[in-house]
Design a protein around this ligand. Structure first.
Ligand code: AMP
Length: 279
């Protein structure tokens, strides 16, 4: 497995596959890899001849008050995991390699306004900007994204379609711990008590999913999920939303494909989860 730190070397390595008829898969990550990331890697290794992974804690998707500095990192362990799972190349640049006095950003209208966009207004601009760069360097046929970060998946899919990137954006189902909590690099921030309480998110969503019927009012579902999550005193809801899968705008009545998504604080740790209905 190759480990590359510079854009120049990555572009040169990528060129060695040109004209060889090989398919390229790409999994962008911020590292501190867990089973959720590795499900994306496994999907890529299975479907493609060559798999690139990037490990980069991207500063432009963090607001000044967020956890950029404290974001968990363990590169040695990450590289070992990638090697074990059959990755061909890991790109792990320093921030200076990716950004030098950056003045150009990629933004999307509307889709970034709801859900996480409300409390993280510059987040998706950072995501789309870094992915645009990474897609130029790796030129993948397929790139893999977790459905846990559903808004990110929809935004990347629409953004890359709008910009005519010639690649397929492939969604991968959410991987969970045994008690239902979605695996996340940020789960390490949880105290023992918070960790014990956090599976309430998935439980509330499961009960919500079981009680959906076509034609029901979205607000009734939101109220039900909110009530169950709030039964856990350590949980502080950021949002519980039911949005259309096309434009990610809130719906009033559930009669087409929707995303039911939540963000919940446990202490300072903000956890995301969701389910897709009527796909
Ligand atoms: P991150 O390192 O948090 O930026 O995540 C990198 C990719 O892994 C994103 O596409 C995430 O959606 C995906 N991912 C993170 N956690 C999970 C999970 N529990 N199940 C599936 N995919 C995940």
């Amino acid at each position: 497995m190759k480990t590359i730190k510079t854009v120049k070397e990555l572009r040169e390595y990528r060129k060695t596959f040109d004209g060889k008829g090989v398919s390229i898969g790409f999994v962008p990550t911020m590292g501190y890899l867990h089973d959720g990331h590795m499900a994306l890697v496994d999907a890529s290794v299975k479907a493609n001849d060559i798999t690139f992974v990037s490990i980069f804690v991207n500063p432009t998707q963090f607001a000044p008050n967020e956890d950029l500095e404290s974001y968990p990192r363990d590169l040695d362990r990450d590289l070992k995991l990638c090697e074990e799972h059959g990755v061909d190349c890991v790109f792990t640049p320093d921030p200076d390699e990716m950004y030098q006095n950056q003045k150009t950003y990629v933004t999307i209208e509307d889709l970034g306004a709801h859900l996480c966009g409300k409390s993280r207004p510059t987040h998706f601009r950072g995501v789309l900007t870094v992915l645009t760069k990474l897609f130029h360097f790796t030129r993948p046929d397929r790139a893999y994204f977790g459905k846990k970060d559903a808004q990110q998946y929809f935004i990347v899919k629409k953004g890359m379609k709008d910009l005519n990137f010639d690649l397929e954006i492939c969604p991968v189902d959410t991987v969970r711990e045994a008690d239902g909590l979605a695996t996340s690099s940020r789960n390490v921030y949880l105290s023992e008590e918070e960790r014990k309480a956090a599976p309430i998110i998935h439980q509330a969503l499961e009960h919500g999913e079981a009680s959906i019927v076509k034609g029901m009012k979205a607000q009734d579902l939101i109220d039900q999920i909110t009530k169950e999550i709030e039964s856990e005193p350590l949980a502080k809801i950021d949002y519980v939303s039911v949005v259309d899968q096309e434009d990610l705008a809130p719906v009033e009545v559930i009669d087409g494909p929707v995303l039911v998504a939540v963000a919940v604080f446990f202490g300072k740790t903000r956890l995301l989860d969701n389910f897709f209905y009527g796909e």
